[in-house]
Structure formats: C-alpha cells, structure tokens
Design a protein around this ligand. Structure first.
Ligand SMILES: [Zn+2]
Length: 320
C-alpha cells in the first residue's frame, strides 16, 4: 500500500526504511517510513490489533508506572511536601518536568490550563497544589477514574466546551495516529494569545546515531519529528518556537545500559526487547566495557552531548 505523509502532504510517497520488530516474544512488525520532504519518520500500526488495550490491561504493562508515581505524588501532597513532590517528579523524568515547570512558573496563577493525556493525573495534581487552575483529560477511563478518586474532580474523558489560556501535553504527540489532526483540534481550544506547550521525540537523534528508531518503540510511539514538522502542520495564525534540550545524564545511562545489552528503556515492560545473540566472549568484553563506561560516564559526556535526546524538542505554539 502506498503511504502518504500526514505531516506535510508531500506529493512523493515516503521512503520505506525497514520492518521494525522491537520485541522477541510477540509477533509484532511495524513498517517504518521516512518522508523525503519533511524528514519525519513514522511506523505503521496494524489496525486490527488493539495495542492500547493490551498495553493497559497487562500486569507490568507500560502504563503501570503511572499509578506508582501517582501514589507517591498523593502521599507528598497529603503531607504538604510540595518541594519533595517536585523533586520526585524531576527525578522521574527531569528534563520533561523541569522544562514544563519552567514554562508554567512564568505564567500568572489566574491562567486556565488543560493537560491533555494526563493519565493518572499526577502532573495536574501537582500543578494544582502549587496554585494553578488546571484540569486533566485522558482517553483511558480507568486512568481518569483513578485520578478523580485520588486527586479530586478535575479530570474528564473529554475536554469541556470552554477555552483555555494554556494547553500542555507530555510524551503524547508521537503516539497519536494523526498528529496534525491532534494539534489543530487542541489548538482550537486556545483563547486568542493562548499557548500550547509540549515535548516531541526528535528524529535527528536516531539519524545521528545511525539507528532506525529511538528507545521507546512502537506500538506506543509511532512518530518522530524535527523542528520543521510543526510549521508544516499549522497555518500562519500560529507562532512556533522550538527548544532542543539535551538530557545529559539520561543520555549517558541509555548508552551505558545499551552497551550492557539490556533494555535501555524496557517499555512496554511486558515484552522483552529483541536482542541479538552474542557469544560468551563478546558478552564478557561488553561487560568490561560497560564497567569502564560507567566509571567514565562523565568523561564521555562531551562526546555524547552532540546527540540530541529523543525528548529533545520542546515546542511552544502561540495563537496570534
Ligand atoms: Zn512529510
């Protein structure tokens, strides 16, 4: 079947790169394409498989950690330990939350905010606790029910019929079937001069590393972007600004774990990542190298710095 780029509508069909089989214990294959015009990479999901249900319903599935994080956040908030709560979130995904809180803290507390894809609601709950009027939505009914019973009535499956000063989403745009439709739909919820803030996986990262994909494989993540992608998807009633953030320590650890031939993301946890079989000698050399790499992690940092992390693009879209 001839594919077409949903990001830039290029007249030329995207180039087929490879069939990606990220797991060794399930027979899931995702064809990966790259657009000649905009450079975006995308993976195709099988429309007949209900991946979403499998990921959500399996013990140890990819979204289980969201419940654990929410329980910790609930504990901190119940004790009024706001600083500890912030530190905990930063520890969990430093670059994501630090960019988000940096952005939010420049805003007045009277703004209305919507978090799209809030999952178990912990980011919304934390931002409410520091004084922001924020609501969360998510397509998962079980996540929304949990968020409501844990943090209060600030969560819904669908957005309310109102407009917001700010719309945020983290780790979401690469997971939706049609990023352009997703973006334009939620930008419609912005008031004039309203802003959308989010992060996006950076296609330049695997390109620089000579790899097919970033560490989060399909079926969860199916789109990788670059800085131009967002201009292609929007008309000129929006201003787009992109900031690339290098995730420092996290990049090092990913590489070290990869050298150790372990899942360097391990997500979704229910399925083992496809691993090559190495002979004993090679494993030994790898182990030795990984020990050396761990000790010298900070020494090798300058060499890794040139690689953009997959979460490297933070995007702000402002409605004119
Ligand atoms: Zn394109």
């Amino acid at each position: 079947m001839i594919q077409h780029c949903k990001i830039c509508d290029a007249p030329e069909a995207p180039k087929f790169l490879s069939n990606f089989r990220p797991y060794s214990d399930v027979d899931w294959t995702f064809p990966v394409y790259e657009c000649h015009q905009c450079g975006v990479r995308f993976a195709l999901r099988d429309p007949l498989v209900n991946y979403h249900e499998i990921l959500h319903s399996t013990a140890g599935g990819g979204y289980e950690s969201h419940y654990r994080i929410a329980e910790r956040v609930k504990h901190y908030l119940a004790h009024g330990a706001l600083n500890k709560c912030e530190q905990y979130l930063l520890m969990k995904a430093g670059y994501k939350y630090s960019e988000l809180t940096k952005f939010i803290k420049t805003k007045s507390k009277v703004v209305s905010i919507l978090e799209v894809g809030c999952s178990t609601g912990f980011v919304t709950a934390f931002l409410r606790s520091i004084g922001y009027g924020i609501e969360g939505i998510d397509i998962s009914e079980s996540a929304i029910n949990y968020a409501k019973s844990t943090f209060g009535p600030f969560y819904c499956l669908q957005p309310k019929k109102k407009q917001y000063d700010i719309v945020i989403h983290l780790g979401l745009i690469g997971c939706v079937d049609d990023p352009k439709e997703f973006l334009t739909g939620y930008l419609d919820l912005l008031k004039p001069n309203g802003e959308m803030f989010f992060n996006a996986p950076n296609v330049e990262s695997p390109k620089q590393l000579g790899e097919l994909w970033v560490s989060t494989p399909p079926p969860d993540l199916i789109y990788l972007f670059n800085e131009k992608s967002f201009q292609y998807m929007l008309n000129n009633s929006f201003d787009v600004s992109c900031v690339k953030v290098s995730a420092k320590g996290e990049v090092i650890w990913k590489h070290v774990k990869k050298i150790m031939n372990k899942d360097y993301n391990g997500y979704p946890k229910i399925f083992r990542q496809n691993q090559q079989v190495y002979d004993g000698k090679r494993i030994l050399i790898k182990r030795m190298f990984s020990r050396i790499a761990m000790v010298n992690a900070y020494a090798i940092y300058p060499f890794l710095k040139k690689y953009d992390n997959e979460y490297g693009i933070f995007v702000t879209i402002k409605r004119k």
